[in-house]
Design a protein around this ligand. Structure first.
Ligand SMILES: CCCCC/C=C\C/C=C\C/C=C\CC/C=C/C(=O)SCCNC(=O)CCNC(=O)[C@H](O)C(C)(C)COP(=O)(O)OP(=O)(O)OC[C@H]1O[C@@H](n2cnc3c(N)ncnc32)[C@H](O)[C@@H]1OP(=O)(O)O
Ligand SMILES: Cc1cc2nc3c(=O)[nH]c(=O)nc-3n(C[C@H](O)[C@H](O)[C@H](O)COP(=O)(O)OP(=O)(O)OC[C@H]3O[C@@H](n4cnc5c(N)ncnc54)[C@H](O)[C@@H]3O)c2cc1C
Length: 627
């Protein structure tokens, strides 16, 4: 029934202050206030309707995304929203679009790799959206291997220009978001060639389309790469293909904070690590970690609320059937994901601190923590996106058949999210970077260089280094095992940061106790999953392993009465969740039934095609003898 909270009894069971937990989840009272205000602004505005996305054909879908992005920009300016509020608004609009790359990569690339002069020229145009940019690095033939990119930028000293060219089919830029139909400019990554010498990959600002009629400029071939996974989902984004045919740009459009080319064509590499050219990717990877907790918590919220609503089997003497959330199997699948959502939230907060700290150190030419920042952003991006993608799919399965309906919100959430395991760095490739970092640390043990920070624990394996085995040999052979070691290293960081969070002052009755239970579920479920390794290495005895499993089940029971309140603390509106199964009021069945009849297929009782294709079958006169 409308207006009835079908989850009221569940909410009464809460043993902690939900409003206080909302502040923990939001990060601060201020963040919660901004989130509440902007979330309501979006939810209350019919222009931001999104329940029709999975039913629109691509061109209509895309035009609708352009409309929403333009309307959002209008509202941002009308309401004079701050950058923080504007970013929140785009978050709650919840629609991948070219603006993600304009604000999330094009502008950060210029800020991170452009000189002060270049920033003064390009950022005002970008902030006012008088130019729209994308990040064009990946090519048809290379994505992971950035040093393998083929696009060239050849310096012409006669005209003081770079000639940007796509020498091969595989050098075509391929995938950049916003490139296909909208961006007027790109930060393009190309091989810098001076006087025949290849200086490797650098970033260049290239205009792609006319600011007058939006047509591609001379020498530019650009378009969309076509439909992607799932209906709606990432098809609101114009991932593009781009080829250059000897396109000329002024020398001052090479991003020159890290390295420079003089008017005379002299290449100057500042005494900074060349990997700073990868800085934008590092920035996005750390943001993706925080974003993972948002996506995972959305799926967990839907699955938890529905698991409390859904009853199946267990009726005694005609009484109500059992809530599926009471089954230990449901809890053993759902509660570790609930714990992971909180864990990723906290490790994402720490990673943002680490990234900010590294950036401040870079200002002082202190590169000492750059390797750790790279390893942490790469590894945690890999870990959190893999767990989140698998977790959204698990949440769909936790909702049984109804989880497969678009009105559950889960299929689209999965389809939008899964590319996060690939973009910003394929997850295995990134884990191999972490493995390389770990092996380099191992090789330095015993040389007097003590590991610090997130690898400090490795100082304790010095005894293993007596053999001084050559860690370089066999890396490729053992890479699959090393990837597992990299995951374990990242999991240790997640657990450590969760524990550090619990050591902070956390206000609110019962809040810390709930987080302690979730932290226990996080690490005990990991220990359960990998108990074979712990037993094989004698880090655990069988008895200890059994005790850990007992404790894990006990924690499930502790969390069970608080589950609904723990997902309420995510503070997601029904509009944002866009899920009938995840409705705040739990009024699922009537709304599922109501929604079914709104499907276009039900606009007519007799379907299109009946008379051409079904009736003839039903009415066919059998010319062959009946079998
Ligand atoms: C859900 C939406 C997300 C929301 C997020 C919010 C905001 C963001 C907004 C928008 C984003 C939205 C959608 C994303 C759209 C997607 C965009 C993209 O995908 S952009 C393209 C991404 N591409 C990649 O990530 C490519 C991956 N490959 C690489 O990074 C490099 O090729 C690789 C694998 C690191 C190898 O580089 P290479 O130069 O060959 O180095 P080596 O392996 O030889 O290592 C040499 C040494 O350099 C160190 N190193 C490597 N990288 C870095 C780095 N980034 N920083 C610091 N140091 C680095 C490496 O550790 C080696 O050091 P040692 O010699 O061992 O000491
Ligand atoms: C939705 C989406 C949006 C994107 N947006 C952008 C964008 O805006 N701008 C942009 O520049 N790019 C973008 N990309 C491209 C993305 O960055 C690349 O696809 C990504 O970096 C992976 O590279 P790849 O496609 O070359 O994968 P590959 O490296 O070809 O991966 C294929 C397989 O090879 C394996 N592999 C590769 N190298 C190794 C190795 N050394 N050892 C072991 N295994 C290996 C991988 O693990 C994987 O299993 C986007 C991609 C997607 C899907």
């Amino acid at each position: 029934m409308e207006g009835v909270d079908h989850l009221a009894d569940e909410r009464k069971k809460a043993e902690f202050n939900v409003e206080a937990m909302k502040i923990v989840w939001a990060g601060s009272q201020h963040n919660l206030e901004v989130s509440n205000r902007i979330s309501k602004l979006v939810a209350d505005d019919p222009a931001f309707r999104k329940d029709d996305r999975t039913m629109l054909p691509r061109k209509e879908l895309f035009k609708n995304t352009l409309r929403k992005a333009a309307y959002a920009w209008k509202r941002i300016n009308e309401l004079r929203l701050s950058e923080e509020e504007a970013s929140k608004l785009r978050f709650y609009v919840d629609e991948t679009a070219y603006t993600d790359l304009h604000w999330g990569m094009f502008i950060p690339a210029i800020k991170g790799q452009g000189t002060d002069e270049q920033q003064r020229k390009w950022l005002p145009l970008a902030y006012k959206m008088q130019i729209i940019g994308c990040y064009a690095q990946t090519e048809l033939g290379h994505g992971s291997n950035v040093q393998g990119l083929e696009t060239t930028a050849t310096f012409d000293p006669h005209t003081d220009e770079f000639v940007i060219h796509s020498p091969t089919l595989t050098s075509s830029k391929w995938w950049p978001g916003g490139l296909g139909k909208v961006s007027t400019h790109a930060v393009t990554y190309a091989r810098l060639i001076i006087d025949g010498k290849d200086h490797g990959v650098h970033g260049f600002i290239v205009q792609l389309r006319s600011l007058e009629d939006h047509r591609p400029l001379p020498g530019i071939t650009v378009g969309d790469i076509g439909m992607k996974f799932g209906n709606g989902a990432y098809n609101t984004m114009d991932n593009g293909v781009l080829r250059f045919d000897h396109v000329r740009i002024p020398r001052n459009q090479m991003l020159m904070k890290v390295s420079q080319v003089t008017r005379e064509g002299k290449y100057k590499q500042s005494d900074v690590p060349r990997q700073l050219v990868y800085g934008t990717m590092v920035y996005v990877r750390q943001r993706i970690v925080a974003d993972a907790s948002c996506y995972l918590s959305r799926a967990v919220c839907i699955a938890t609320r529905y698991s409390a609503v859904r009853r199946q089997f267990g009726s005694q003497n005609g009484g109500p059937e059992t809530q599926v959330i009471d089954y230990k199997t449901q809890q053993s699948r759902l509660f570790p994901l609930l714990a992971s959502a909180y864990a990723f939230r906290f490790v994402g907060e720490w990673l943002e601190w680490l990234y900010t700290d590294v950036m401040q150190r870079l200002q002082a030419n202190d590169f000492s923590t750059l390797p750790e920042a790279h390893a942490c952003t790469a590894g945690l991006k890999s870990l959190t996106t893999s767990v989140t993608a698998d977790g959204i799919e698990e949440c769909r399965k936790l909702c049984g058949g109804h989880g497969y309906l678009c009105t559950s919100g889960l299929p689209e959430l999965f389809a939008v999210y899964v590319p996060a395991c690939t973009y910003e760095g394929d997850n295995i490739v990134l884990l191999l970077q972490v493995a390389r970092f770990l092996m380099k640390t191992v090789s330095q043990i015993g040389t007097g260089k003590q590991p610090v920070g997130t690898i400090a624990y490795m100082g304790r394996i010095e005894h293993l280094m007596q053999c001084r085995c050559n860690v370089q040999r066999g890396f490729a052979e053992l890479s699959a095992d090393l990837v597992e070691a990299a995951v374990a290293h990242c999991q240790l960081i997640v657990v450590s940061k969760f524990i550090e969070k619990l050591q902070q002052d956390i206000p609110g009755e019962g809040v810390k106790q709930q987080l302690e239970a979730l932290c226990g579920i996080y690490y005990l479920s990991l220990l359960h999953k990998h108990q074979g390794d712990f037993l094989a290495t004698s880090y655990l005895t069988p008895k200890q392993s059994a005790l850990a499993n007992d404790q894990l089940r006990a924690l499930y029971s502790k969390v069970r009465p608080n589950a609904i309140a723990l997902v309420d603390a995510f503070n997601y509106s029904d509009h944002f969740l866009s899920s009938i199964l995840g409705r705040y009021d739990g009024n699922v069945y009537p709304k599922l039934y109501e929604a079914a009849w709104k499907d276009p297929l039900n606009e007519s009782v007799v379907p299109d095609g009946y008379h051409e294709y079904v009736r003839p079958l039903l009415k066919q006169q059998l010319h062959t003898a009946r079998l």
